[in-house]
Design a protein. Structure first.
Lengths: 329, 270
């Protein structure tokens, strides 16, 4: 069925994302007017402008865009699997575990060896442990969330211990990991994230019908022909993959996964899991938050994770406190 | 537009358990084709568990559920969903979902990522909303409907699946008398169109009135099976529910009618 409301929501988010991207490319210590940004992207600008836009800023904006989209999609997916709006990878402790593994590689070997692989390994471990501790209920119910919160706390503590026990240079090198920043990204991680995001998105679109039925009770989903176990395992694996790869680029900016799907769910038509809208909203939030962090107290830079925490925490409290009759709580 | 094909559903000595706790043991039952079967019994006797077993929601620890003679858990889940629809007891829906959205979900087993909404889907949709009398409510959100309307919307979703088999778990619980009759008559109409139906019913009187075939369960076992007129007796009612009653024939329909129901035989209405 054609769905006007969701199409409209997605197009609006796309426009907002483009605005955020162009503003991000134009603002900074050197101001580039938006028309010149477009010229530079098309390769018609003077060398100085082209350098600022294409060399200095574009890669950072792309990194933000991809990681924001991946985190938000992973969040939307995990919320659907757990049927709980609080069950995002950040809260389940996946972000923290991915960070702990990545930091371990930085402080252990002195440099960041394959952060994508390390972060993924951490994300997978945390999820496996949370899943194991949750028992027969799997991703359903509070045990999974409570187990996840515990694992996240342990992983956070391990990261702090590692940072306090190593030489100051190694700790400095690992610091951006712990707050969430687009400063420390490596080109390779961004490339791996781009590939993972494209593959993940394609698979999610293929199983979107099955995911939609997970919004009902298990019995209804099974009666509609959904292969419950297979869908859940695939969804969980993709959520872990997207989170791990995103954390390897931007660190634990977990609140994106909470904020973006919430916005997407508000503006899209009910009944469908708003994966595309979540991805677009997440990308927009991340690019906008990074822009704020770069420009607000320039030349001082505030890591993007701190901006999203300042904006996101009150929002999280609001979700928890507002009277709600939503079925997804 | 009744379902083109028929299908048979049977439980072959199945044992159903929640973890280590056996709820029902060694149950065998075959749903009579084209008939309405009511599963009755006291609370906790395993009737919903049996229905969920038949609907492949609950996998049996032993034995097998056979759909057209094949083990239902070995068949592709989409194929099963084209033959068997279920109206479960827990039917929560996402906030803001409209009746039309819900009924469209019933077409999901007939769709694929290459096969989008088709003419067949639209026809089945139109037929379902008409059959369940929710056409006028199509654009309403489920959470704004009355209990009876919401239940009809869920039945419309199951009807849109166009399955020869339909299983319902307490379809009238929490409905008032008018809405109960509405739902039971809808079930009779669907049966008249050739569907094979099984339902868990709390109320023995309604089961007598609306079912062709009855399965009486107690403590995880099937103790009687047959038409209501054959099996319902004061002894069965005493055995199932621990109450005494007298039976007369409903002058309007001929089905057994429970009267003078009381906790023990010494009590007199006078």
């Amino acid at each position: 069925m054609p769905d006007k409301r969701t199409t409209l929501a997605n197009s609006s988010l796309l426009v907002l994302l483009l605005l955020a991207v162009i503003t991000s490319l134009s603002m900074g210590t050197v101001q580039v007017p938006p028309p010149d940004v477009l010229q530079a992207l098309m390769g018609n600008a003077d060398p100085m402008t082209a350098f600022v836009v294409n060399e200095l800023r574009l890669s950072r904006v792309v990194a933000g865009l991809l990681s924001g989209a991946a985190l938000a999609m992973a969040g939307c997916l995990m919320q659907t699997l757990a049927r709980n709006r609080l069950a995002t990878p950040g809260i389940i402790g996946i972000d923290n575990a991915a960070t702990a593994f990545a930091v371990a590689s930085v402080v252990g070997v002195g440099l960041s060896l394959a952060p994508s692989a390390m972060a993924l390994a951490g994300a997978a471990c945390a999820t496996a442990i949370a899943f194991g501790l949750a028992g027969a209920n799997g991703t359903r119910g509070y045990r999974f969330i409570v187990a996840g919160i515990g694992i996240g706390a342990i992983a956070g503590a391990v990261t702090q211990v590692m940072l306090s026990r190593v030489a100051i240079d190694a700790a400095n090198a690992a610091y951006p990991w712990t707050v969430g920043s687009l400063n420390a990204r490596s080109g390779n991680s961004v490339l791996v994230l781009a590939i993972g995001l494209a593959a993940g998105y394609a698979i999610l679109m293929l199983i979107s019908r099955a995911l939609n039925t997970l919004q009902f009770s298990d019995a209804v989903a099974i009666a509609l022909g959904t292969r419950l176990k297979a869908t859940r395992i695939l969804g969980l694996a993709l959520s872990v993959l997207l989170t791990g790869l995103a954390v390897s680029v931007c660190g634990p900016v977990g609140l994106i996964a909470l904020l973006a799907p919430e916005l997407a769910r508000t503006i899209c038509r009910p009944g469908k899991v708003p994966l595309t809208a979540s991805a677009l909203a997440g990308a927009t939030f991340m690019v906008a938050a990074d822009l704020l962090g770069r420009t607000l107290f320039s030349p001082l830079e505030i890591p993007v994770g701190i901006i999203t925490a300042i904006v996101g925490s009150p929002y999280l409290l609001w979700i928890l406190l507002k009277p709600s009759r939503r079925s997804l709580t | 537009m009744s379902p083109a094909q028929t299908a048979t559903l049977a439980a072959d000595s199945i044992t159903l358990a929640h973890r280590q706790f056996t709820v029902a043991e060694n149950l065998s039952v075959t749903l009579p084709t084209g008939k309405v079967t009511a599963i009755v019994g006291p609370n906790g006797c395993g009737k919903s568990t049996l229905l969920n077993g038949l609907a492949r929601i609950h996998a049996p620890a032993k034995g097998s559920v056979l759909l057209d003679g094949k083990d239902i858990h070995r068949l592709p889940s989409k194929d099963v969903a084209r033959k068997l629809a279920l109206l479960p007891q827990d039917n929560t829906a996402p906030e803001g979902l409209t009746v039309a959205d819900l009924v469209r979900f019933g077409r999901q087993p007939h769709q694929g990522w290459m096969k989008q909404w088709s003419n067949d889907d639209q026809q089945a949709f139109d037929h379902a909303v008409q059959a369940a009398d929710v056409a006028g409510l199509a654009e309403r959100a489920l959470d704004t409907l009355s209990g009876g309307q919401r239940q009809r919307a869920w039945i419309a979703m199951a009807v849109a699946q166009q399955t020869p088999l339909l299983l319902l778990d307490e379809p009238t619980s929490a409905l008032d008398l008018g809405h109960q009759i509405e739902v039971f008559e809808l079930i009779r109409t669907l049966s008249g169109q050739g569907k094979t139906i099984a339902m868990v019913v709390h109320d023995l009187a309604s089961a007598c009135r609306y079912a062709d075939h009855m399965v009486a369960m107690k403590a995880g076992k099937i103790i009687e099976e047959g038409t209501p007129a054959e099996i319902v007796s004061p002894e069965l009612v005493q055995d199932l529910y621990g109450v005494s009653c007298d039976l007369i024939q409903d002058p309007a329909t001929g089905s057994p009618l429970l009267v003078n129901v009381r906790r023990n035989s010494n009590f007199s209405a006078a």
